[in-house]
Write a protein that binds this ligand. Structure first.
Ligand SMILES: Cc1cc2nc3c(=O)[nH]c(=O)nc-3n(C[C@H](O)[C@H](O)[C@H](O)COP(=O)(O)O)c2cc1C
Length: 189
């Protein structure tokens, strides 16, 4: 039977889910785009810590003092981009972000982090602030570090998948997720 656009997108989503568990996977580093409070687009790379489907939900971790957390507080609509050079696969996801801080979700994730991983969220200086010495990595006391740790969930509702094939052949499908149901169709690349 011919592959449907839904099969094509679901295959891409399951690759994203597997990438979370494969440390070398290039789908594991995703770009998160937000809109700042002043309306400017902002983008940065994050490690994808979880991806489920269905329901389509991505998980990432951040220092809650960082610009992305402020942007999400102003505008919760975000976009995610994942590109695998090995699989020649691009996923563009849109959705709504929720940040968990100092709650049971954040506590559950924090307990599984090594001290080294925890220190990524524990700098004395706020992320993005000017510092005199680039080597200054002074850390907050461990109990205060936790309060800077945020678990970011993206409830994905739009998906666009592009696969590059041989001889410039491109296959693209786009879809929407509504109440855990994916409605997808082929689109011109
Ligand atoms: C490969 C890679 C992985 C990264 N992973 C994360 C991450 O998981 N969480 C995070 O907050 N920042 C991560 N960063 C740093 C961000 O890209 C960014 O510099 C930082 O979060 C500040 O972003 P903001 O000021 O836009 O909030 C990563 C950077 C790279 C290059």
């Amino acid at each position: 039977m011919r592959e449907t656009a839904t099969d094509f997108i679901e295959d891409a989503l399951s690759r994203l889910g597997r990438a979370v568990r494969e440390h070398g996977s290039d789908l594991r580093n995703v770009q998160l785009a937000t809109v700042s409070a002043s309306g400017s687009p902002e983008i940065r790379t994050l490690v994808l810590r979880g991806f489920e489907w269905p329901p389509a939900q991505a998980e990432m971790h951040t220092d809650v003092r960082a610009a992305k957390a402020h942007a999400i507080a102003a505008t919760d609509r975000v976009a995610l981009l994942a590109w695998s050079a090995t699989e020649r696969l691009q996923l563009r996801l849109g959705g709504v972000a929720t940040l968990h801080v100092d709650d049971t979700v954040a506590r559950g994730r924090w307990k599984d982090l090594s001290d080294n991983a925890r220190s990524a969220y524990g700098s004395v200086a706020n992320p993005g602030d000017a510092i005199a010495d680039p080597e200054d990595r002074s850390l907050l006391p461990p109990d205060i570090q936790f309060r800077q740790f945020g678990v970011l969930f993206i409830a994905v509702d739009t998906i666009d998948v592009l696969r590059l094939g041989a001889e410039g052949r491109q296959t693209r499908a786009a879809g929407r997720i509504d109440r855990d149901r994916l409605q997808a169709g082929w689109v011109a690349a």
